[in-house]
Ligand binder design. Structure first.
Ligand SMILES: [Zn+2]
Length: 118
């Protein structure tokens, strides 16, 4: 998976796609290759009154979308971008924007094996 929970992503396909708009990833479903993104693919469920919801009415809920429809958001470009992976000086792995090179978050602890020798 190229995105993780709490990442900011841009939705690039589907009804809610909007260029340059960042949304938070609420949940990642690796088995289905899907993600749940805040405010995206929201469906309304009509519910009858019950104990938890005595009024009944409409409940809104985000449904999963395909992970291939989102790109990690680059703060520098202000756009969703393709990401690459690289190792930092101390051997940690990080993601970066393939367009501008900005770091987009560390995704592993430093590993001496990949540290730059000085
Ligand atoms: Zn960028």
């Amino acid at each position: 998976m190229h995105v993780r929970k709490d990442d900011l992503v841009e939705v690039i396909a589907g009804d809610d796609a909007e260029k340059g708009r960042a949304h938070k990833v609420l949940r990642v479903l690796p088995d289905d290759d899907k993600v749940v993104v805040e405010g995206i693919n929201r469906v309304y469920k009509h519910v009858k009154p019950n104990r938890r919801n005595p009024q009944g009415g409409r409940l809104s809920k985000e449904m999963p979308i395909s992970a291939s429809n989102v790109l990690l958001y680059c703060q520098n470009c202000r756009r969703g971008r393709r990401v690459g992976h690289r190792y930092g000086a101390d051997g940690h792995k990080e993601r970066f924007c393939k367009k501008c090179g900005a770091g987009l978050g560390v995704i592993s602890k430093p590993n001496p094996k990949y540290a730059k020798k000085s």
